[in-house]
Design a protein around this ligand. Sequence first.
Ligand code: WTA
Length: 577
Amino acid sequence: MKSVLYKKTKKDFKILPNLEDYERTYERFNWKDWEKELAWFEDGKINAAYNAVDRHVDTWRKNKIALYWEDDDGTQKKYTFEDVALASNKMGNILKDFDVGRGDRVFIFLPRIPELFFSFLGILKIGAIAGTLFSAFQEQALEDRLANSDAKVLITNSELKPRVDKIRNKLPNLKHILVVDTESFTKTFAHTSSELHISHMDPEDYAFMLYTSGTTGKPKGIVHGHGTVLQQYLTAKWVLDLKDEDTYWCTADPGWVTGIAYEILGSWACGVTSVIFAGRFDPKRWYQILEKYRITVWYTAPTAIRMLMPKGTQLVKQFDFSSLRHMCSVGEPLNPEAITWAISAFGMPFHDTWWQTETGAMCIVNFPCMDIKIGAMGKPFPGLTAAIVDDQGKVLKDNEEGNIALKPGWPSMMQTVWRRPQKYKSYFVNNWYITGDRGMRDKDGYFWFIGRADDVIKTSGERVGPFEVESALVAHPAVIEAGVIGKPDPLRGEIIKAFVVLQSDQQAAISNKKVGDKLKEELSQFVKKHLAGHAYPREIEFIDKLPKTRSGKIMRRILKAKEMGLPVGDTSTLEEY
Ligand code: WTA
């Protein structure tokens, strides 16, 4: 693969990276040697939350700021490691009083407020399983997740609670809803003990679960164990290069795996001071946060970077970013223009990192100590074996396109897919974990991302399953059926596009363009209101018939090819179209 090389120079190494020699480390690496950097209980057990926060309380970091929090309206709060440890102990105790125990599912449906973080840690501390829900979720998305997981308790606030009330009667196993901004909760919190026995867990014991999308069916619950914290910690140390002097900002939401791994567990396990901005994306505001807190390490996503780019380097130059020393990106392909822009705007590149909800932590990355081939995802983290394999799991040669695959057994690999053991098994072929991404490896060992092997959509970095959106659309009375694809978009990576077949009585009406446009708007809003604020189709096209296989499956690949003006490929399984 031809590419421009960003060669690291002395300027890039003003501060020596935590990992100085990738190749040497990779050769000799053994996870066992690094386990000792974590805290294990005397009986050999572990707790991920204890490792993130409490273990620092026994050191000089006790009074170090763990969290600077700022809201949209400028409200600020700060918490030391001890504060976070005690507040999460209280949350653990409150949950215990509601009879939550090991293995019970407790879901959090909150904006990025401090209580979200205390709750997450508290749940892990008592051995329960934490689930996180984006605050953009609407009733359908909530019902799918809360019902499938059989959540026992939901933690939310008074703004979001009404959405859950609407579906409460469909959730017989949801015993309690805790509303963190009520007077009664505040009182309970104040009176609850901050002393808690932290559960001793095996690395495989479940700690948290996240629902994520594939091509077919409803979202699946990816379950991770307490042992994930090992890889989350070491990647935070070697890839984000977190050091005690750093002030670190990850812009992700814990509704997404990035927010869990690198805003709670991995980053805090490094003992780093973190900034959490709960407000909306806004270029100026983001720059103010970077400047005000003197952020040194910044982890964000390609869509955000692309949204900063049109504001130009001009805006950047109005701020003092002299503290900034390292930047990383995740979630979707990081286009070369974004990297070159960053070099001119910030004087340093973004380091791309590749991983998935299922992998639990970064897997293929650009290390600070490594030159960057602009456009490549980098190299496998030590302890991981990555390869390009064909559909039978046979390893392909360099420069051949195939499935990006990993040798199973890395510490943060998912433990299971909640109540879907067959789905879990289907990830593995010939003792390779098949990621669902296509790519290639070049002769120097760098991996390149090519695209998804399935119909999963990545819009603004969010993973959306076409089936979820199609199901939401057909719930509208005007719709017979719908096919949904990701349409390439220069800003958002992809946007959701829906092809909709209308009920016959509607079909005549839409020959009037105004009526048609109105209905499109109505359908978009319908999905937004019932499924999620971010998973709605930005483009809708009415068509007479969807391309389907003879067995009735929608062939989204054909819709996509047509949309992009590309050859439709093999149509041998296609029903007459
Ligand atoms: C995509 C995100 C290109 C990929 C942590 C993957 C990327 C999916 C990159 C997982 C990257 C993630 N370059 N594509 N650096 N990082 N992806 O589960 O398709 O939300 O399979 O986890 O995002 O998305 P998920």
